[in-house]
Ligand binder design. Sequence first.
Ligand code: ADP
Ligand code: MG
Length: 293
Amino acid sequence: ATPTSIMAGSGRSAELGILFKGGEHLEATHRVNVVVLDKTGTVTKGKPELTDIEIADGADEDGRLLARFAAAERRSEHPLAEAIVSGIAARGVTAPEAEAFQAIPGYGVQATVEGRELLVGTRKLMNERGVDISAAEAGMLELEQQGKTAMLAAVDGRYAAMVAVADTIKETSKEAVAKLLASGIRVVMITGDNERTAQAIARQAGIDEVVAEVLPEGKAREVRKLQEAGNVVAMVGDGINDAPALATADIGMAVGTGTDVAMEAADVTLMRGDLNAIPDAIGMSRKTMRNIK
Ligand code: ADP
Ligand code: MG
């Protein structure tokens, strides 16, 4: 590759909002044959809204349940947490300060609020902590089939409430996926979210291959598996939880509307949130390499 064509290609990419960290990444991108997409904030807008709240029988005797729930989530930086906090606030409930807080990446959060132990997150989290969630199962399935992310809350070890949050796909995701598929590239969506929600979102975006319920370390492992099968993999993500996978991939692409951690781990930053930047980046690399040969 001549330095001149790399310079030109980098400049044209930058005009499209595609920032390669170095010329070697612009060169390497033309070899990509599998694109792995994170769901939340990448395929979807990542601006979820609280749509449902269901409180278990007898779980809110003192009327403080939602206030404590919001207090626990207020300390979390997850987009799902923000949706829960603003959704509860919109219902006129003011949250107190949590006494203690801990994020459990890929699972949820744990907090102490007004002397109560709150646990909020996935069914896996509840199962691991021995919380009986049989009363929530049917309702949860129904919400997930609608493409919503349902989360469970336990207070002092007992199931107390279920909330659902809906995140819609970006207007351009379907078009970008179609372009990638048309140019012979395999598209795989990967997410920590549950199988049903993931399938519903993938269907809307025209993606057939889905890996769901993956923990943050698991995303990097899935990328490695694809590489070991002989593929050249581009990983596209926005979150702290995507950083290991972005670093593992042959080309890590950070969505510029996401976290700094993702951008640091990646080789390319896509300044537009629009996934059309992915086929643009690959096209630019192919063109650059053609000029060289
Ligand atoms: P994604 O890969 O879709 O960005 P994550 O790996 O960050 O998702 O999280 C996986 C799942 O863990 C979420 O779908 C949600 O059910 C649960 N979770 C994560 N953070 C929180 C939180 N702050 N509150 C409640 N649930 C959470
Ligand atoms: Mg994400």
